[in-house]
Design a protein around this ligand. Sequence first.
Ligand SMILES: [Zn+2]
Length: 415
Amino acid sequence: MPSSKFKIVFLALFCQMLVCAVTAYAGDSETANRAITLDGLHLPTITESMLRYSRIRYALFFFSTFYLLGVLFLIMQSQLASRLRDFAIRANRNKVIQIVIFSVLLTVAIALFTLPLSLGSGFYLEHVFKLSDQSMIDFLIEKLKTIGVSSVLNAIALLIFFGVVKRFRVHWPLVLWLISIPVFALGIFAEPIVIDPIFNKFTPMVDGSLKTKITELAVKAKIPNAVILVADKSKQTNKMNAYVTGIGNSSRIVLWDSTIDKLPEDQVLAVVGHEIGHYSMHHIYWGFGMIVLATLLLVPFGYLGSNWLIAVLPKRWQVGSLSDYAITPVLMILSVSVGFFTMPLFNFVSRYQEHQADRFGLELTENRLAMANLFVTFAEKNLSEPDPPAVIKFFLFTHPTLKERIEFAAGRKVD
Ligand SMILES: [Zn+2]
């Protein structure tokens, strides 16, 4: 029975996620408690709640991947996908409108099925560990906004996918890849100016000594015109962070207001130095290039694997062909799985870039102690375990561990 093959592969994947979730929580406590020995610096205090919070977050990542795969599988197995498709066909004759209806209904269904998990990880966990003061109402309003945004983005993605598959029966994988390049670029350009403002307010920095010093750093790094904005992130979280986003005219460095309000000035400058590093070294463009290359590698699988895929899908799922949009949850299962297994590679590259940004920031600010203390603050206030088990770092860490970053900033381990 070819149809059972898909289920067997799926079941193996499913169990794998569950095992990962359990081991991520149990972890190796000896590694986690290993003492950091550095002189002349206030080192992070490793607390029970820091370890518990970090471990729950690792486990939750694996568990939510496992849970999402389960939800997608059940959407197929219960014939919900084919029923939503039949409903969309009955509702309107126009194929474009059918896909939009189907996409919105599917997005809402997935959001409802995964709501318990997002409530647990996004709301309760953060409140239990006092990392958020957001009210339940505000959290749910934000969730509704997310569903709205995802509905629009998913509808666009499905319209492009099924449009291309229908028009280019043989060469759809190549055409899809070519079209995805400008679409990704437009997405990265539009995100900070169209999507992010739906969730947060972004304002220029107020005049003062901090702004003057940040401007001096930008001038020194030869990016005097870089846009630096403050996001009102404190309404959602007590954590501190900053990031670089956008391309071309939408490029910007964003500091969370919590970062500015809670950190001493020299540590804010250390954050800014790191972000200026990402900005100056064009890390967003490198990331974009990597996505383009990685998706190119998927093209042969599209040519070779799509007929096989249709043949092995269980009959019960009622998917006739690749252009049948009831196949969407199956495509999502595939992309979640590919994303899961390629994540260590992307994170490896990301850790390298983050280290480069640390190095750039250190050379720019010339303040080792401020940067080391910043990472100590991140560990203590964001409840991030400084020295996670190696396997967790390999799989999940987009940044070097805080232990490594403290050591680098303190000049103990310069490579
Ligand atoms: Zn960074």
